[in-house]
Design a protein around this ligand. Structure first.
Ligand SMILES: Cc1ncc(COP(=O)(O)O)c(C=O)c1O
Length: 383
């Protein structure tokens, strides 16, 4: 028996329609979008257009042409911060961020962008007033993750966005762990740029992601190259979306992403959110009683999603993950989860935590099996 509980890294399995859509795009379309006037190329362009429309609807982004396809959330975050920030600009972020946001920001800091990192509390939550205290006249951006990939904690994004708006700063939301898990309305939340992977909660294939950009945001492209438009010009066009999508698209991936979003629309996001939330609460209840077990993240169930991080006294998190895999075929992730500062914040640095992340296709039996396996491993003792 093999049990996959690493959906925070990438969701698995995908809905059957996702696999079918990938195959159909390869076998029945095959051509590149925006690159030719023949039938298959037009079909590819239509698929891209319809997927942009579906994503704009999904996140309530005002203009579907400002949905930029990327290959993951990391590329979307890089496109946002490197396309926006200039030397002398100030950016505020938090101690809970993933390296895919922090590393580009540190890179920009070397080039003269000023950076403030607001510490979260020990549950991993950020106080909007702490963000307010860091705002300066030069603050151009407030950038943060909606949901922590370490604790599953949900940040008070609407309140933080209101603070940013008061000072005229833009808000970049890293929706890597929330897209497809929580409803996200960019306009209602006050989010100006939203970066998301297509391959996690949106249930699309690996190699997909997006950046949604509000109409008032001016951005410079990260990559330059062939766009299928303005080909007579030496310089990269800066119009949306093609100026931000140099090179051949991942059409099969985008077709799969479209099928993933359709699946979520049919299933209903509230049902997805409720199931995953229920799984998280179940895991907490079952594992809290294990000897030496410490659970991380917000105590308030309304402030967290389904993923759970834990440590067990006397155990290295990676040894637990190894035993779960070797003895029980259970896939979970241990360590720092590319977010070392988040672990420092919650007190699990340098060892990190064991992270269990269920998804839509996880069953209660699988979670029961995981809890029993962990209890047995701990009871047997450290090898
Ligand atoms: C909070 C957060 N941001 C960004 C990323 C990067 O996503 P991707 O692997 O799609 O680049 C992850 C991936 O785990 C994440 O959890």
């Amino acid at each position: 028996m093999s049990i996959y509980l690493d959906n925070a890294a990438t969701s698995h399995p995908k809905p059957p329609a996702v696999y079918a859509a990938v195959l159909a795009a390869m076998q029945q379309i095959g051509a590149s979008p925006g690159r030719g006037g023949y039938g298959a190329a037009l079909q590819a362009s239509r698929l891209l257009f319809e997927t942009r429309e579906a994503l704009a609807d999904f996140f309530n982004c005002a203009d579907s042409s400002r949905i930029v396809f990327t290959h993951n959330a990391t590329e979307a975050l890089n496109t946002a911060v490197r396309g926006l920030l200039q030397p002398g600009d100030h950016v505020v972020t938090t101690s809970m961020e993933h390296n895919s946001l922090l590393r580009p920001l540190f890179m920009l800091q070397k080039a003269g962008v000023e950076l403030s990192i607001v510490p979260a509390d020990t549950e991993g939550l950020v106080d909007p007033q702490a963000i307010r205290r860091e705002i300066r006249p030069t603050t151009r951006l407030v950038a943060l993750a909606h949901v922590s990939n370490v604790t599953g904690g949900i940040q008070p994004v609407a309140e933080i966005a209101a603070v940013a708006r008061e000072s005229g700063a833009l808000v970049l939301l890293d929706a890597a762990q929330s897209a497809g898990c929580l409803p996200i309305d960019m306009q209602a939340l006050g989010v100006d740029l939203l970066a998301a992977p297509g391959h996690k909660g949106l249930l699309g294939p690996q190699g997909t992601g997006l950046l949604a950009v509000a109409p008032h945001v001016r951005l410079h492209p990260l990559l330059a190259g062939g766009t299928g438009s303005s080909s007579d010009q030496d310089h990269q066009p800066e119009g949306f979306p093609e100026g931000f999508e140099a090179g051949t698209h991942n059409l099969p991936g985008i077709a799969g992403l479209r099928a993933g979003i359709d699946f979520l629309a049919t299933t209903g996001l509230p049902a997805v959110a409720e199931r995953e939330h229920g799984y998280g609460s179940y895991l907490r209840e079952q594992l809290a009683a294990l000897p030496g077990c410490r659970l991380y993240g917000p105590a308030d169930p309304q402030k967290r999603v389904g993923l759970l991080s834990l440590t067990v006294a006397g155990w290295d998190a990676s040894a637990l993950a190894f035993e779960l895999d070797r003895e029980y075929g259970i896939a979970v992730r241990a360590g720092l989860h590319c977010a070392p500062r988040a672990h420092r914040t919650i007190g699990s640095y340098p060892g990190g935590t064991l992270r269990i992340s269920p998804g839509w296709f996880t069953t209660t039996e699988e979670l029961e099996h995981c809890c029993t396996a962990l209890a047995t491993i701990i009871q047997k003792g450290n090898p």
